[in-house]
Write a protein that binds this ligand. Structure first.
Ligand code: NAD
Length: 483
Protein backbone atom coordinates (compact mmCIF):
# COMPACT_ATOMS: atom_id res chain seq x y z
CA UNK A 1 0.00 0.00 0.00
CA UNK A 2 1.11 3.50 -0.75
CA UNK A 3 2.13 5.69 2.16
CA UNK A 4 1.02 8.75 0.24
CA UNK A 5 -2.10 10.73 1.01
CA UNK A 6 -4.54 10.67 -1.91
CA UNK A 7 -4.06 13.62 -4.23
CA UNK A 8 -7.08 14.89 -6.14
CA UNK A 9 -6.53 15.03 -9.89
CA UNK A 10 -8.84 15.66 -12.84
CA UNK A 11 -8.84 13.04 -15.58
CA UNK A 12 -10.29 13.20 -19.09
CA UNK A 13 -10.43 10.11 -21.30
CA UNK A 14 -10.66 12.08 -24.57
CA UNK A 15 -11.44 10.78 -28.06
CA UNK A 16 -10.13 8.24 -30.56
CA UNK A 17 -7.43 6.15 -28.90
CA UNK A 18 -7.75 8.37 -25.77
CA UNK A 19 -9.99 6.11 -23.65
CA UNK A 20 -7.85 3.01 -24.34
CA UNK A 21 -4.52 4.62 -23.49
CA UNK A 22 -6.03 6.36 -20.44
CA UNK A 23 -7.43 3.09 -19.08
CA UNK A 24 -4.07 1.41 -19.60
CA UNK A 25 -2.26 4.28 -17.89
CA UNK A 26 -4.60 4.45 -14.89
CA UNK A 27 -4.42 0.68 -14.50
CA UNK A 28 -0.61 0.81 -14.29
CA UNK A 29 -0.67 3.76 -11.87
CA UNK A 30 -3.15 2.00 -9.61
CA UNK A 31 -1.13 -1.23 -9.54
CA UNK A 32 2.03 0.76 -8.80
CA UNK A 33 0.38 2.27 -5.73
CA UNK A 34 -0.26 5.84 -6.90
CA UNK A 35 -2.48 7.58 -4.37
CA UNK A 36 -4.94 9.45 -6.54
CA UNK A 37 -8.42 10.77 -5.96
CA UNK A 38 -9.72 10.90 -9.52
CA UNK A 39 -12.39 13.35 -10.70
CA UNK A 40 -13.49 12.47 -14.22
CA UNK A 41 -14.58 15.11 -16.70
CA UNK A 42 -15.82 14.83 -20.28
CA UNK A 43 -13.99 16.78 -22.94
CA UNK A 44 -13.65 16.67 -26.69
CA UNK A 45 -15.81 15.73 -29.63
CA UNK A 46 -19.05 14.93 -27.75
CA UNK A 47 -18.83 18.12 -25.75
CA UNK A 48 -18.06 20.19 -28.87
CA UNK A 49 -20.99 18.70 -30.72
CA UNK A 50 -23.32 19.35 -27.78
CA UNK A 51 -22.72 23.06 -28.36
CA UNK A 52 -19.67 24.00 -26.27
CA UNK A 53 -17.37 25.65 -28.81
CA UNK A 54 -14.27 25.11 -26.70
CA UNK A 55 -14.89 21.37 -26.11
CA UNK A 56 -15.31 21.61 -22.34
CA UNK A 57 -18.43 22.21 -20.23
CA UNK A 58 -18.35 25.14 -17.75
CA UNK A 59 -18.65 22.80 -14.71
CA UNK A 60 -15.48 20.96 -15.74
CA UNK A 61 -13.49 24.12 -15.08
CA UNK A 62 -14.60 23.86 -11.43
CA UNK A 63 -12.87 20.48 -11.16
CA UNK A 64 -9.71 21.76 -12.84
CA UNK A 65 -9.59 24.87 -10.64
CA UNK A 66 -10.10 22.66 -7.56
CA UNK A 67 -7.51 19.95 -8.30
CA UNK A 68 -5.07 22.06 -10.34
CA UNK A 69 -3.67 18.83 -11.80
CA UNK A 70 -5.02 17.52 -15.10
CA UNK A 71 -4.21 14.18 -16.72
CA UNK A 72 -5.62 14.46 -20.20
CA UNK A 73 -5.94 11.98 -23.06
CA UNK A 74 -5.87 13.36 -26.62
CA UNK A 75 -9.05 14.68 -28.15
CA UNK A 76 -10.36 15.27 -31.66
CA UNK A 77 -11.02 18.89 -32.56
CA UNK A 78 -13.87 18.93 -35.10
CA UNK A 79 -13.01 20.83 -38.29
CA UNK A 80 -14.61 24.25 -38.96
CA UNK A 81 -17.82 25.35 -37.25
CA UNK A 82 -16.05 27.91 -35.03
CA UNK A 83 -14.70 25.15 -32.73
CA UNK A 84 -11.67 26.28 -30.72
CA UNK A 85 -8.88 23.89 -29.76
CA UNK A 86 -9.50 22.66 -26.21
CA UNK A 87 -5.79 22.04 -25.73
CA UNK A 88 -4.90 25.62 -26.53
CA UNK A 89 -7.82 26.94 -24.43
CA UNK A 90 -6.85 24.82 -21.39
CA UNK A 91 -3.19 25.73 -21.59
CA UNK A 92 -4.01 29.42 -21.81
CA UNK A 93 -6.92 29.54 -19.36
CA UNK A 94 -4.82 27.84 -16.66
CA UNK A 95 -1.65 29.79 -17.53
CA UNK A 96 0.32 26.64 -18.43
CA UNK A 97 3.08 28.55 -20.17
CA UNK A 98 5.77 25.85 -20.39
CA UNK A 99 5.34 22.67 -22.38
CA UNK A 100 8.11 20.18 -21.64
CA UNK A 101 8.55 17.34 -24.09
CA UNK A 102 11.44 14.93 -23.49
CA UNK A 103 12.30 12.87 -26.58
CA UNK A 104 14.67 9.99 -25.82
CA UNK A 105 15.74 7.00 -27.89
CA UNK A 106 15.92 3.52 -26.39
CA UNK A 107 18.51 1.92 -28.66
CA UNK A 108 18.93 -0.99 -29.31
CA UNK A 109 15.57 -2.03 -27.86
CA UNK A 110 13.43 0.33 -29.95
CA UNK A 111 14.41 0.62 -33.62
CA UNK A 112 15.54 4.16 -34.44
CA UNK A 113 17.92 5.79 -36.89
CA UNK A 114 19.18 7.90 -33.97
CA UNK A 115 20.59 5.66 -31.25
CA UNK A 116 21.95 8.57 -29.21
CA UNK A 117 19.16 11.02 -28.53
CA UNK A 118 18.08 12.73 -25.34
CA UNK A 119 16.45 16.03 -26.24
CA UNK A 120 14.03 18.06 -24.14
CA UNK A 121 11.88 20.44 -26.12
CA UNK A 122 10.63 23.39 -24.09
CA UNK A 123 7.78 24.83 -26.12
CA UNK A 124 6.19 28.20 -25.38
CA UNK A 125 2.57 27.34 -24.81
CA UNK A 126 0.38 30.43 -24.76
CA UNK A 127 1.09 32.77 -27.63
CA UNK A 128 2.59 33.01 -31.14
CA UNK A 129 0.13 32.09 -33.93
CA UNK A 130 -1.80 30.05 -31.32
CA UNK A 131 -3.39 33.22 -29.94
CA UNK A 132 -6.08 32.09 -32.40
CA UNK A 133 -6.82 35.58 -33.71
CA UNK A 134 -7.74 34.99 -37.34
CA UNK A 135 -9.76 36.94 -39.88
CA UNK A 136 -10.83 36.77 -43.47
CA UNK A 137 -10.39 40.33 -44.71
CA UNK A 138 -11.11 40.26 -48.43
CA UNK A 139 -12.43 37.75 -50.96
CA UNK A 140 -8.89 36.50 -51.35
CA UNK A 141 -6.96 37.12 -48.17
CA UNK A 142 -7.04 35.66 -44.65
CA UNK A 143 -4.74 36.49 -41.76
CA UNK A 144 -3.60 35.06 -38.44
CA UNK A 145 -1.99 37.33 -35.85
CA UNK A 146 1.35 36.21 -34.47
CA UNK A 147 1.78 37.61 -30.96
CA UNK A 148 5.10 37.36 -29.14
CA UNK A 149 5.16 39.23 -25.83
CA UNK A 150 8.09 40.20 -23.63
CA UNK A 151 6.72 38.56 -20.44
CA UNK A 152 5.61 35.44 -22.34
CA UNK A 153 9.05 35.10 -23.91
CA UNK A 154 10.91 35.91 -20.71
CA UNK A 155 8.92 33.27 -18.80
CA UNK A 156 9.62 30.44 -21.24
CA UNK A 157 13.29 31.29 -21.73
CA UNK A 158 13.92 31.61 -17.99
CA UNK A 159 12.04 28.32 -17.53
CA UNK A 160 14.27 26.59 -20.12
CA UNK A 161 17.46 27.77 -18.39
CA UNK A 162 16.15 26.98 -14.90
CA UNK A 163 15.11 23.53 -16.16
CA UNK A 164 18.60 22.97 -17.57
CA UNK A 165 20.16 23.93 -14.24
CA UNK A 166 17.71 21.82 -12.17
CA UNK A 167 18.19 18.71 -14.29
CA UNK A 168 21.94 19.00 -14.90
CA UNK A 169 21.63 19.74 -18.61
CA UNK A 170 24.60 21.34 -20.36
CA UNK A 171 23.23 23.30 -23.29
CA UNK A 172 20.15 25.31 -24.24
CA UNK A 173 19.48 25.93 -27.94
CA UNK A 174 16.95 28.41 -29.28
CA UNK A 175 15.20 28.08 -32.67
CA UNK A 176 13.56 31.10 -34.33
CA UNK A 177 12.96 32.54 -37.78
CA UNK A 178 14.28 35.99 -36.95
CA UNK A 179 15.96 36.45 -40.31
CA UNK A 180 12.41 36.99 -41.64
CA UNK A 181 10.30 37.93 -38.59
CA UNK A 182 12.75 40.42 -37.17
CA UNK A 183 10.37 42.01 -34.66
CA UNK A 184 8.47 38.99 -33.25
CA UNK A 185 10.99 36.14 -33.52
CA UNK A 186 13.67 38.82 -33.17
CA UNK A 187 12.34 39.57 -29.67
CA UNK A 188 12.46 35.87 -28.76
CA UNK A 189 16.08 35.58 -29.94
CA UNK A 190 17.14 38.82 -28.26
CA UNK A 191 15.66 37.75 -24.92
CA UNK A 192 17.33 34.35 -25.28
CA UNK A 193 20.70 36.13 -25.61
CA UNK A 194 19.98 38.53 -22.73
CA UNK A 195 18.64 35.94 -20.28
CA UNK A 196 21.19 33.34 -21.38
CA UNK A 197 23.96 35.71 -20.24
CA UNK A 198 22.70 35.16 -16.66
CA UNK A 199 23.58 31.44 -16.98
CA UNK A 200 27.33 31.36 -17.76
CA UNK A 201 27.54 27.67 -16.78
CA UNK A 202 25.13 26.67 -19.60
CA UNK A 203 26.25 26.48 -23.22
CA UNK A 204 23.98 28.49 -25.53
CA UNK A 205 23.31 28.51 -29.25
CA UNK A 206 20.71 29.80 -31.69
CA UNK A 207 19.67 28.25 -34.98
CA UNK A 208 17.34 29.58 -37.64
CA UNK A 209 14.45 27.12 -37.31
CA UNK A 210 14.70 25.65 -40.83
CA UNK A 211 18.30 24.48 -40.56
CA UNK A 212 17.79 23.81 -36.84
CA UNK A 213 14.91 21.47 -37.69
CA UNK A 214 17.00 19.76 -40.35
CA UNK A 215 19.85 19.26 -37.85
CA UNK A 216 17.42 17.99 -35.21
CA UNK A 217 16.08 15.40 -37.66
CA UNK A 218 19.58 14.45 -38.84
CA UNK A 219 21.85 14.71 -35.78
CA UNK A 220 19.63 14.96 -32.68
CA UNK A 221 22.58 13.92 -30.51
CA UNK A 222 24.05 17.44 -30.75
CA UNK A 223 21.03 18.91 -28.93
CA UNK A 224 20.16 18.96 -25.23
CA UNK A 225 17.38 21.41 -24.25
CA UNK A 226 15.73 23.32 -27.12
CA UNK A 227 13.48 26.31 -26.41
CA UNK A 228 11.10 27.47 -29.13
CA UNK A 229 8.06 29.61 -29.81
CA UNK A 230 4.76 27.74 -29.84
CA UNK A 231 4.34 26.71 -33.51
CA UNK A 232 7.90 25.49 -34.08
CA UNK A 233 7.78 23.63 -30.75
CA UNK A 234 4.50 21.95 -31.68
CA UNK A 235 5.80 20.72 -35.02
CA UNK A 236 9.32 19.81 -33.96
CA UNK A 237 8.32 17.90 -30.82
CA UNK A 238 6.31 15.52 -33.05
CA UNK A 239 9.35 15.16 -35.31
CA UNK A 240 11.66 14.59 -32.34
CA UNK A 241 9.33 12.02 -30.74
CA UNK A 242 8.80 10.20 -34.04
CA UNK A 243 12.53 9.81 -34.72
CA UNK A 244 13.08 8.20 -31.32
CA UNK A 245 11.01 5.34 -32.75
CA UNK A 246 7.37 6.49 -32.57
CA UNK A 247 5.36 9.61 -31.82
CA UNK A 248 3.59 7.27 -29.37
CA UNK A 249 6.66 7.48 -27.09
CA UNK A 250 6.36 11.19 -26.34
CA UNK A 251 4.96 12.47 -23.04
CA UNK A 252 4.35 16.09 -22.24
CA UNK A 253 3.98 18.28 -19.15
CA UNK A 254 2.29 21.67 -19.33
CA UNK A 255 3.42 23.70 -16.35
CA UNK A 256 2.11 26.99 -14.98
CA UNK A 257 2.26 28.80 -11.65
CA UNK A 258 0.28 26.42 -9.43
CA UNK A 259 -1.47 24.37 -12.16
CA UNK A 260 -0.27 21.62 -14.48
CA UNK A 261 -1.58 19.39 -17.23
CA UNK A 262 -0.01 16.12 -18.35
CA UNK A 263 -0.66 14.45 -21.69
CA UNK A 264 0.86 12.62 -24.66
CA UNK A 265 2.48 14.59 -27.46
CA UNK A 266 0.40 12.86 -30.12
CA UNK A 267 -3.26 13.28 -31.02
CA UNK A 268 -6.30 11.02 -30.91
CA UNK A 269 -5.24 8.88 -33.92
CA UNK A 270 -8.88 8.13 -34.85
CA UNK A 271 -7.90 5.48 -37.43
CA UNK A 272 -6.36 3.37 -34.65
CA UNK A 273 -9.21 3.82 -32.17
CA UNK A 274 -11.12 0.95 -30.57
CA UNK A 275 -8.74 -1.75 -31.81
CA UNK A 276 -6.52 -2.23 -28.75
CA UNK A 277 -3.59 -1.11 -30.94
CA UNK A 278 -2.35 2.21 -29.58
CA UNK A 279 0.84 2.63 -27.63
CA UNK A 280 -0.02 4.13 -24.22
CA UNK A 281 3.61 5.14 -23.54
CA UNK A 282 3.23 8.86 -24.34
CA UNK A 283 0.37 9.31 -21.88
CA UNK A 284 2.10 7.05 -19.34
CA UNK A 285 5.29 9.16 -19.51
CA UNK A 286 3.11 12.26 -19.06
CA UNK A 287 1.53 10.57 -16.02
CA UNK A 288 5.00 9.76 -14.65
CA UNK A 289 5.87 13.46 -14.85
CA UNK A 290 2.58 14.09 -13.00
CA UNK A 291 3.50 11.67 -10.20
CA UNK A 292 6.79 13.49 -9.69
CA UNK A 293 4.93 16.82 -9.74
CA UNK A 294 2.47 15.72 -7.00
CA UNK A 295 5.24 14.36 -4.80
CA UNK A 296 4.92 10.62 -5.55
CA UNK A 297 8.41 10.25 -7.04
CA UNK A 298 8.83 6.73 -5.66
CA UNK A 299 5.77 5.57 -7.62
CA UNK A 300 6.96 7.49 -10.70
CA UNK A 301 10.32 5.73 -10.50
CA UNK A 302 8.72 2.32 -10.11
CA UNK A 303 6.46 2.80 -13.14
CA UNK A 304 9.21 4.32 -15.29
CA UNK A 305 11.68 1.51 -14.60
CA UNK A 306 9.04 -1.18 -15.20
CA UNK A 307 8.20 0.53 -18.49
CA UNK A 308 11.89 0.62 -19.52
CA UNK A 309 12.20 -3.06 -18.63
CA UNK A 310 9.15 -3.86 -20.78
CA UNK A 311 10.68 -2.05 -23.77
CA UNK A 312 13.97 -3.83 -23.10
CA UNK A 313 12.20 -7.20 -23.00
CA UNK A 314 11.04 -6.52 -26.56
CA UNK A 315 7.34 -6.33 -25.72
CA UNK A 316 6.18 -3.71 -28.19
CA UNK A 317 2.98 -2.23 -29.58
CA UNK A 318 2.56 -2.20 -33.39
CA UNK A 319 4.20 1.23 -33.83
CA UNK A 320 7.46 0.04 -32.23
CA UNK A 321 7.40 -3.53 -33.45
CA UNK A 322 10.31 -4.51 -35.74
CA UNK A 323 11.32 -8.04 -36.53
CA UNK A 324 14.79 -8.84 -35.15
CA UNK A 325 14.49 -6.01 -32.61
CA UNK A 326 11.15 -6.74 -30.92
CA UNK A 327 10.17 -10.06 -29.34
CA UNK A 328 6.41 -9.82 -29.05
CA UNK A 329 3.80 -7.62 -30.72
CA UNK A 330 1.11 -6.75 -28.20
CA UNK A 331 -2.00 -4.60 -27.91
CA UNK A 332 -2.56 -1.68 -25.56
CA UNK A 333 -3.95 -3.84 -22.73
CA UNK A 334 -1.27 -6.52 -22.98
CA UNK A 335 1.44 -3.87 -23.00
CA UNK A 336 -0.03 -2.39 -19.80
CA UNK A 337 -0.22 -5.87 -18.24
CA UNK A 338 3.45 -6.46 -19.14
CA UNK A 339 4.42 -3.26 -17.34
CA UNK A 340 2.35 -4.21 -14.28
CA UNK A 341 4.07 -7.62 -14.23
CA UNK A 342 7.44 -5.82 -14.10
CA UNK A 343 6.63 -3.31 -11.35
CA UNK A 344 9.55 -3.40 -8.94
CA UNK A 345 12.02 -4.45 -11.66
CA UNK A 346 14.72 -2.33 -13.25
CA UNK A 347 15.97 -2.31 -16.81
CA UNK A 348 19.12 -4.39 -17.08
CA UNK A 349 20.88 -2.57 -19.87
CA UNK A 350 19.10 0.76 -20.31
CA UNK A 351 19.92 3.21 -17.53
CA UNK A 352 17.38 2.95 -14.71
CA UNK A 353 15.59 6.17 -13.85
CA UNK A 354 15.98 7.77 -10.44
CA UNK A 355 13.64 10.43 -9.12
CA UNK A 356 15.43 10.50 -5.78
CA UNK A 357 15.62 14.29 -5.81
CA UNK A 358 11.83 14.44 -6.15
CA UNK A 359 10.20 17.36 -7.84
CA UNK A 360 12.51 20.20 -8.75
CA UNK A 361 10.53 23.36 -8.31
CA UNK A 362 11.29 25.69 -11.13
CA UNK A 363 10.50 29.23 -10.20
CA UNK A 364 10.49 31.92 -12.78
CA UNK A 365 10.61 35.51 -11.62
CA UNK A 366 9.92 38.13 -14.23
CA UNK A 367 11.73 41.44 -14.38
CA UNK A 368 9.32 44.38 -14.75
CA UNK A 369 8.96 45.50 -18.38
CA UNK A 370 10.90 48.70 -18.97
CA UNK A 371 8.61 51.43 -20.18
CA UNK A 372 9.79 53.01 -23.41
CA UNK A 373 9.00 56.32 -25.01
CA UNK A 374 6.34 55.51 -27.59
CA UNK A 375 5.55 57.95 -30.37
CA UNK A 376 2.86 57.61 -33.05
CA UNK A 377 4.45 58.52 -36.39
CA UNK A 378 2.20 56.94 -39.00
CA UNK A 379 -0.50 54.48 -39.96
CA UNK A 380 -0.89 51.49 -42.29
CA UNK A 381 -4.37 51.48 -43.82
CA UNK A 382 -5.44 48.13 -45.28
CA UNK A 383 -7.90 48.14 -48.17
CA UNK A 384 -10.03 45.63 -50.06
CA UNK A 385 -9.75 46.76 -53.70
CA UNK A 386 -10.68 44.67 -56.73
CA UNK A 387 -8.75 46.77 -59.29
CA UNK A 388 -5.39 44.93 -59.54
CA UNK A 389 -3.46 47.86 -60.95
CA UNK A 390 -1.40 49.33 -58.10
CA UNK A 391 -0.82 52.54 -60.05
CA UNK A 392 -4.55 53.29 -60.09
CA UNK A 393 -4.71 53.02 -56.29
CA UNK A 394 -1.41 54.84 -55.76
CA UNK A 395 -2.41 57.77 -57.96
CA UNK A 396 -5.72 58.10 -56.05
CA UNK A 397 -4.17 58.31 -52.59
CA UNK A 398 -0.69 59.73 -53.13
CA UNK A 399 -1.66 63.28 -52.07
CA UNK A 400 -3.39 62.28 -48.83
CA UNK A 401 -1.77 63.76 -45.74
CA UNK A 402 -2.57 64.90 -42.21
CA UNK A 403 -0.26 66.58 -39.68
CA UNK A 404 3.19 65.10 -40.15
CA UNK A 405 1.89 61.98 -41.93
CA UNK A 406 2.28 61.77 -45.71
CA UNK A 407 1.65 59.03 -48.21
CA UNK A 408 4.65 56.68 -48.29
CA UNK A 409 3.89 53.52 -50.30
CA UNK A 410 1.41 50.79 -51.25
CA UNK A 411 2.28 47.14 -50.70
CA UNK A 412 0.52 43.93 -51.71
CA UNK A 413 1.20 40.90 -49.49
CA UNK A 414 4.11 42.88 -48.04
CA UNK A 415 5.90 43.80 -51.28
CA UNK A 416 6.05 47.39 -52.45
CA UNK A 417 3.97 47.87 -55.61
CA UNK A 418 3.68 51.69 -55.69
CA UNK A 419 5.54 53.93 -56.36
CA UNK A 420 7.94 52.21 -58.75
CA UNK A 421 6.63 48.65 -58.37
CA UNK A 422 7.52 45.91 -60.83
CA UNK A 423 4.82 44.97 -63.36
CA UNK A 424 5.65 41.30 -62.75
CA UNK A 425 4.46 41.37 -59.09
CA UNK A 426 1.28 39.36 -58.59
CA UNK A 427 -1.35 41.37 -56.75
CA UNK A 428 -4.32 40.17 -54.70
CA UNK A 429 -7.32 42.25 -53.63
CA UNK A 430 -5.62 43.16 -50.30
CA UNK A 431 -3.57 46.35 -50.15
CA UNK A 432 -1.63 48.14 -47.46
CA UNK A 433 -1.25 51.90 -47.80
CA UNK A 434 1.37 53.48 -45.56
CA UNK A 435 1.20 57.07 -44.36
CA UNK A 436 3.99 58.30 -42.12
CA UNK A 437 6.40 61.02 -41.19
CA UNK A 438 9.66 60.25 -42.97
CA UNK A 439 11.60 61.97 -40.18
CA UNK A 440 9.60 60.15 -37.47
CA UNK A 441 7.99 63.38 -36.32
CA UNK A 442 5.16 62.69 -33.85
CA UNK A 443 1.52 62.67 -34.91
CA UNK A 444 -1.78 62.22 -33.11
CA UNK A 445 -4.66 59.78 -33.48
CA UNK A 446 -6.68 62.74 -34.79
CA UNK A 447 -4.24 62.72 -37.76
CA UNK A 448 -4.95 59.01 -38.28
CA UNK A 449 -8.68 59.71 -38.29
CA UNK A 450 -8.16 62.54 -40.78
CA UNK A 451 -6.23 60.16 -43.08
CA UNK A 452 -9.06 57.61 -42.78
CA UNK A 453 -11.64 60.30 -43.55
CA UNK A 454 -9.81 61.20 -46.77
CA UNK A 455 -9.40 57.52 -47.79
CA UNK A 456 -13.06 56.87 -47.04
CA UNK A 457 -14.10 59.93 -49.06
CA UNK A 458 -12.52 58.28 -52.12
CA UNK A 459 -14.97 55.37 -51.70
CA UNK A 460 -12.19 52.91 -50.81
CA UNK A 461 -13.02 49.89 -48.64
CA UNK A 462 -11.01 50.15 -45.40
CA UNK A 463 -10.62 46.74 -43.71
CA UNK A 464 -8.25 47.66 -40.88
CA UNK A 465 -5.52 49.97 -39.67
CA UNK A 466 -2.27 49.44 -37.83
CA UNK A 467 -0.56 52.33 -36.11
CA UNK A 468 3.14 52.89 -36.70
CA UNK A 469 5.23 53.77 -33.66
CA UNK A 470 8.76 54.49 -32.67
CA UNK A 471 9.92 53.16 -29.28
CA UNK A 472 12.77 55.21 -27.80
CA UNK A 473 13.16 56.79 -31.22
CA UNK A 474 13.61 53.49 -33.08
CA UNK A 475 11.04 52.48 -35.74
CA UNK A 476 8.99 49.53 -34.42
CA UNK A 477 7.51 48.26 -37.69
CA UNK A 478 8.88 46.38 -40.67
CA UNK A 479 9.77 48.10 -43.93
CA UNK A 480 8.01 47.08 -47.16
CA UNK A 481 9.80 44.37 -49.13
CA UNK A 482 11.59 45.99 -52.05
CA UNK A 483 11.35 49.40 -50.37
P1 NAD B 1 -2.18 11.87 -34.32
O1 NAD B 1 -1.01 12.20 -33.47
O2 NAD B 1 -3.47 11.65 -33.64
O3 NAD B 1 -1.85 10.55 -35.14
C1 NAD B 1 -1.02 10.47 -36.26
C2 NAD B 1 -0.56 9.04 -36.47
O4 NAD B 1 0.44 8.75 -35.52
C3 NAD B 1 -1.64 7.98 -36.22
O5 NAD B 1 -2.39 7.71 -37.36
C4 NAD B 1 -0.80 6.78 -35.80
O6 NAD B 1 -0.27 6.13 -36.92
C5 NAD B 1 0.34 7.42 -35.04
N1 NAD B 1 0.09 7.45 -33.59
C6 NAD B 1 -0.26 8.52 -32.84
N2 NAD B 1 -0.35 8.18 -31.56
C7 NAD B 1 -0.07 6.86 -31.48
C8 NAD B 1 -0.02 5.92 -30.41
N3 NAD B 1 -0.28 6.27 -29.15
N4 NAD B 1 0.30 4.64 -30.70
C9 NAD B 1 0.56 4.28 -31.94
N5 NAD B 1 0.53 5.10 -32.99
C10 NAD B 1 0.22 6.39 -32.78
O7 NAD B 1 -2.32 13.04 -35.41
P2 NAD B 1 -3.51 13.43 -36.37
O8 NAD B 1 -4.02 12.20 -37.05
O9 NAD B 1 -2.98 14.53 -37.18
O10 NAD B 1 -4.62 14.03 -35.44
C11 NAD B 1 -5.81 13.35 -35.06
C12 NAD B 1 -6.65 14.23 -34.16
O11 NAD B 1 -5.94 14.48 -32.95
C13 NAD B 1 -7.01 15.60 -34.73
O12 NAD B 1 -8.37 15.86 -34.45
C14 NAD B 1 -6.15 16.56 -33.96
O13 NAD B 1 -6.76 17.82 -33.79
C15 NAD B 1 -6.04 15.86 -32.63
N6 NAD B 1 -4.85 16.21 -31.83
C16 NAD B 1 -5.05 16.26 -30.49
C17 NAD B 1 -3.98 16.53 -29.68
C18 NAD B 1 -4.25 16.57 -28.20
O14 NAD B 1 -5.34 16.31 -27.76
N7 NAD B 1 -3.25 16.91 -27.39
C19 NAD B 1 -2.71 16.73 -30.20
C20 NAD B 1 -2.53 16.62 -31.58
C21 NAD B 1 -3.61 16.35 -32.40
Amino acid sequence: MSQHKKVPITVAHGDGIGPEIMEATLHILEKAGAALDIEKIDIGEKVYLSGHLSGIAPESWDSLRRTKVFLKAPITTPQGGGFKSLNVTTRKALGLYANIRPCISYHPYVATKHPVMDVVIVRENEEDLYAGIEHQQTDEVTQCLKLISKPGTEKIIRFAFEYAVAYGRKKVTCFTKDNIMKITDGLFHKMFDEIGAEYPQIEKEHWIVDIGAAKLADTPEIFDVIVMPNLYGDILSDVAAQITGSVGLGGSANIGDGCAMFEAIHGSAPRRAGQNLANPSGLLLGAIQMLVYIGQSDVAEKVHNAWLRTLEDGIHTYDLYKENVSKEKVGTKEFAAAIVARLGQHPQSLTPVSYAGGQKTIEVKLKPTKEQKKELIGVDVFLHEKDRNPNHLGEKIKNIKAGNMHFSMVTNRGIKVYPNGLPETFCTDHWRCRFKSEEYKPSTYADVMEILKQVNALGLDIIKTENLYTFDGEPAFSAGQGQ
